[in-house]
Design a protein around this ligand. Structure first.
Ligand code: GLN
Length: 275
């Protein structure tokens, strides 16, 4: 089997399976499995792959054809210019979330104590620590398996983070200058309508925000003031239509300077405030 034929076969299988970016995904899997780049591909398209390469590629394509997310097959996702290990125990880091990190970085200072609640892969905590030196950081998650991934990512990026297994604030006993969180926020009934990659393969615990999607914001806005220092900041990622509801919760909980920030797609994406 040549590289070119493998690409054609792979794209065809994925297109038939309803994968949106069939050709791109077939290429990304070929690139990962064969450890080649585009320059190599275009100059060696008609060369034969090794049998091992082809069988590994075939397995990867079949998995993607079952709508397993590409990132769970390759085991990685880029976020804030950093490479993160992922598996099916963590939400795949989203580009939307980079807006939360970028907004938080504007107020990060050396000496600050920060907490990333519902850390998942650790992408938020780690990219904050990589981009703002001199802070101390705790990352927490309810899932033991997610924390294993976060720890591995922390080691890989050589940042010191205190990883704590905790259902929201249950095992948190200190105060912070900044709390960031991208909690689960999809309304439960809407999960069935999501694309199969998300609905069937991403951890439901990282998606499901309860009946109206706002359960975590209710708990976080009410409890965070007990875990923030005076003038501390709370930065939350939200769904595009949750700005008004979460703003109301923040104001009702006594936060000031509450505002909503939009992401690059102009969707409301972050609610921030100070206590
Ligand atoms: N904090 C992680 C992320 O942004 C996980 C979020 C989650 O599991 N809801 O990717």
């Amino acid at each position: 089997m040549t590289y070119r034929k493998a690409m054609e076969w792979g794209s065809g299988v994925l297109a038939l399976a309803g994968v949106e970016e069939a050709k791109l995904d077939a290429w990304l899997l070929l690139e990962t499995v064969c450890k080649i780049n585009r320059t190599f591909y275009y100059s060696h398209m008609d060369d034969e792959m090794t049998t091992e390469q082809y069988s590994e590629y075939e397995i990867a394509i079949r998995k993607r054809g079952e709508r397993i997310p590409l990132q769970y097959i390759t085991g990685e996702q880029e976020f804030m210019g950093l490479n993160f290990k992922v598996n099916s125990n963590v939400l795949i880091p989203r580009q939307d979330t980079e807006s939360l990190v970028e907004e938080a970085l504007k107020i990060c200072q050396p000496g600050m104590k920060i907490l990333d609640l519902c850390t998942g892969s650790g992408c938020i905590a780690i990219s904050l620590m990589k981009n703002a030196p001199g802070m101390t950081c705790t990352g927490s998650d309810i899932s033991k398996q997610a924390l294993l991934v976060a720890k591995e990512n922390g080691r890989m990026h050589e940042v010191v983070i205190d990883w704590v297994r905790s259902n929201l604030y249950e095992n948190i006993n200190e105060r912070f200058d900044l709390i960031v969180s991208n909690p689960p926020y999809i309304p439960g009934p809407q999960i069935l309508e999501l694309m199969p990659e998300v609905r069937d393969f991403e951890p439901v615990g990282a998606l499901d925000g309860g009946e109206d999607g706002l359960d975590f914001y209710r708990h976080i806005t009410a409890q965070s003031k007990d875990y923030l220092n005076k003038d501390g900041y709370l930065y939350l990622e939200i769904g595009y239509d949750q700005g008004p509801a979460v703003t109301n919760m923040m104001c009702a909980a006594g936060y000031r300077e509450v505002s909503v920030i939009r992401d690059l797609a102009r969707h409301e994406r972050i609610v921030k405030g100070r206590i």
